[in-house]
Design a protein around this ligand. Sequence first.
Ligand SMILES: [Zn+2]
Ligand SMILES: [Zn+2]
Ligand SMILES: [Zn+2]
Length: 367
Amino acid sequence: MVKKTVGYVELEWTCPQCGTRNPGTGKICTSCSRAQPERVEFDQAAEEKLIEDREEIARAEAGPDVHCAFCGARNPAGAERCTQCGADLTSAEARESGRVMGAHRVGPAAPVTCPQCGAQNPATATRCAQCNASLPRASAAPKPLTQTPSTAGVKGGRKLGLLAILGIGAAALAAIAVCVIVVLALIPSREVVGQVQSVQWERSIEIEALTDVRHEDWRDEIPGEGRIQSCTQKHRSTQDSPASNATEVCGTPYTVDTGTGVGKVVQDCEYHVYDDWCTYAVQEWRRADTATASGNDYDPRWPGLRLGGGQREGDRAETYKVLFQTEDKTYTYTTSSLDQFRECQIGSRWKLKISALGGVKSIEPAG
Ligand SMILES: [Zn+2]
Ligand SMILES: [Zn+2]
Ligand SMILES: [Zn+2]
């Protein structure tokens, strides 16, 4: 985040003795002439107009005012002697500064009615133009419409709530699944005797072909062989310094107490760097087809392959199935072992271990 200065605005302070509002740069109360006390806080004006006067801005930039250790009078930063009592200011204490006061009040505030004569005065006025009575604080200008952090927070909260519910639901399902697996594992498997009815083997070879595959990435991350199809600008990173391909994004301006009676209006900004996000194609080996051979004998073979241009042989797979007939039903046993498959000659008898789910877990010759 970079702090950008929008400008400077006059603050106010309220006289603790007579309650009169005074301009921030004023050091003496306009009603009772009392000097501004050390601890009085500055407030934002109802309507903050940017100061144009260069000297006033320079004073605010010079640093917080100091209070004379002897008479308490407020003196500008860097002053050597107190303007009121002439005392040495080297041991004078600086006013507090840097406090964030609130959002910059840009919009016009409603006029203030004089409690004495009823005349309408601009919100920025501290005294009535007609009777010189001191005026109450005007209500602050409405906040700009773009600033809605509270609703964003609520929405975020709801989303989080929903995610939490989904998370709990998923965890519950996982727990139930684990229980089911444990219960099934505890059920002992049964043993039955079966006779081999028939056998079946299947062998397959995948045929792979060079295929155009689409990917997405930043332009400078695309491999050399990639053929770019289209690109759009996308937010890639955020940084504190401006750049030719970056957009400035700033938050709502706010007023900071400088300790001089003048507020500094600042804005936190960052730079979103945009870059080309592209879809591109590269040639990759992908499965295009599968050649399969099958039979019901004990001499399995691999399927014959006729590879075309841009094709190659991929993964191989083999499965062997044996169909057993027991007293009441038939079971299918699947294995990848050719040796075991060949032992299962038609008519031979086997002990079958049946799992809780009804599948054949393992077999061994019966007697
Ligand atoms: Zn006063
Ligand atoms: Zn003094
Ligand atoms: Zn008045």
